[in-house]
Design a protein around this ligand. Structure first.
Ligand SMILES: NC(=O)c1ccc[n+]([C@@H]2O[C@H](COP(=O)([O-])OP(=O)(O)OC[C@H]3O[C@@H](n4cnc5c(N)ncnc54)[C@H](OP(=O)(O)O)[C@@H]3O)[C@@H](O)[C@H]2O)c1
Length: 355
């Protein structure tokens, strides 16, 4: 394969010794170095940011240790340029996306301990013009999707897919009701997957402008969670016979789980995904799950097999991930992180890595 086509010098973003977004450093003369037998070199076209990318310097959040010199970014898309001698599943020219966790079996379940070892956190990530990944950190990209759209799939869309279609016997179906919270990456991916299946979707947001965007994607009703902090029962009243939602994707954590359980249908599923609602004094009403006779299911991303299923799914239904209005170039990565940090974005913040 084309090792000689990989430039000697290219741009990438690395962590310096300073914590947080200001500690990100643009390196202009990066090089790929030695390529291991099981490694693949990818010409990267686009990356996208997640809430996860803010950890390690984000006040109040769980800490994930990242080392100086690390290339940040978990999500990305590009084209295979070259690979080590043991790589049989990819060839030069293949369009690929990243998969967070390396060295696990295709169907091995992911828990939080494995996230600490993922790309962009423990090993080099996607904010580079040429990435070198272990073969297990890649899957083939969807056929009909731009690099910018494909770069949104690895973390948030996979998680949304696992929430809605990953629990056997509880996969979301046409005509069912789904509730998503806020307009971040997981929630917008979730609503797009639910709508593609033919479900009805209700969403919460803190912004009138974002509410209009939700409606334009096909969301039936939107509740402002700042104006209506106790939105669980009002949301439930939007469903036929006030029966509640078949699926609730809870990204708010301890701040929102009480409302999620009020909104869910008897025997429905609340998937606990995140903690974007921040810390709270509220008690987590775990017995409410029993009173509402629902399933509360925790997930962490999804398996590599589910990642491949997601790719097949988006190709089949023609799903095109919604992107934020503002697009960033490789020089503007810090601005992109700030947009994510300030929660100004809708769906996914994307960074184009090439001109
Ligand atoms: N378990 C997993 O495997 C997994 C995978 C991916 C992400 N996550 C977690 O899931 C959460 C979301 O991740 P993300 O990458 O989608 O985040 P994100 O894009 O940064 O989401 C930001 C959005 O969250 C919304 N939000 C903030 N506070 C809220 C609240 N109290 N109620 C409802 N919505 C609220 C806001 O929407 P508005 O601006 O519309 O108000 C904000 O714009 C994070 O906690 C992340 O760590 C977990």
């Amino acid at each position: 394969m084309a090792f000689d086509e990989i430039p000697q010098h290219f741009k990438q973003w690395e962590l310096s010794t300073t914590q947080g977004i200001d500690g990100l450093k643009l390196v202009e003369d990066a090089s790929i170095g030695k390529v291991g037998d099981e490694e693949v070199v990818v010409e990267m076209y686009a990356a996208s940011l997640n809430f996860l990318d803010l950890w390690g310097g984000h006040p109040g959040m769980l800490e994930l240790e990242k080392s100086p010199g690390l290339i940040t970014g978990c999500d990305g898309a590009g084209v295979v340029k070259a690979a080590g001698s043991a790589v049989k599943s990819f060839t030069a020219g293949d369009k690929v996306i990243t998969y967070l966790i390396s060295h696990i079996a295709d169907d091995e379940k992911v828990d939080f301990t494995k996230v600490g070892a993922s790309i962009g956190i423990a090993t080099n990530g996607t904010l580079t013009q040429y990435g070198k990944f272990h073969v297990s950190n890649l899957v083939h990209a969807p056929k009909e999707m731009s690099f910018e759209q494909a770069a949104t799939l690895p973390c948030s869309a996979l998680t949304a897919y696992n929430a809605l279609l990953g629990l056997r016997g509880r996969q979301v179906e046409k005509g069912q009701w789904v509730l998503v919270q806020g307009t971040g990456g997981v929630s917008v991916a979730g609503l797009q997957i639910a709508l593609a299946v033919g479900a009805h979707v209700v969403a919460t947001t803190s912004s009138a402008e974002k509410a209009a965007k939700l409606k334009s994607l096909g969301v039936e009703s939107v509740i402002n969670y700042r104006e209506t902090p106790e939105w669980g029962l009002p949301a439930r009243e939007l469903t036929p016979d006030n029966a509640g939602f078949d699926h609730v994707l809870d990204v708010g954590g301890e701040n929102t789980i009480g409302e999620s359980v009020k909104a869910v249908k008897t025997d429905g599923v609340v998937t606990t995904i995140g903690l974007v609602g921040g810390p709270t004094e509220k008690q987590v009403p775990i017995m409410a799950a029993s009173h509402h006779a629902c399933i509360v299911r925790g997930i962490v991303a999804g398996t590599r097999q589910q990642m491949r299923e997601l790719v097949t799914f988006v190709d089949k239904v023609g799903l095109k991930p919604a992107l934020d209005d503002v697009e960033f170039g490789i020089e503007q990565v810090r601005d992109a992180y700030w947009r994510q940090e300030k929660q100004q974005h809708f769906s996914k913040v994307v960074i184009k890595l090439r001109d």
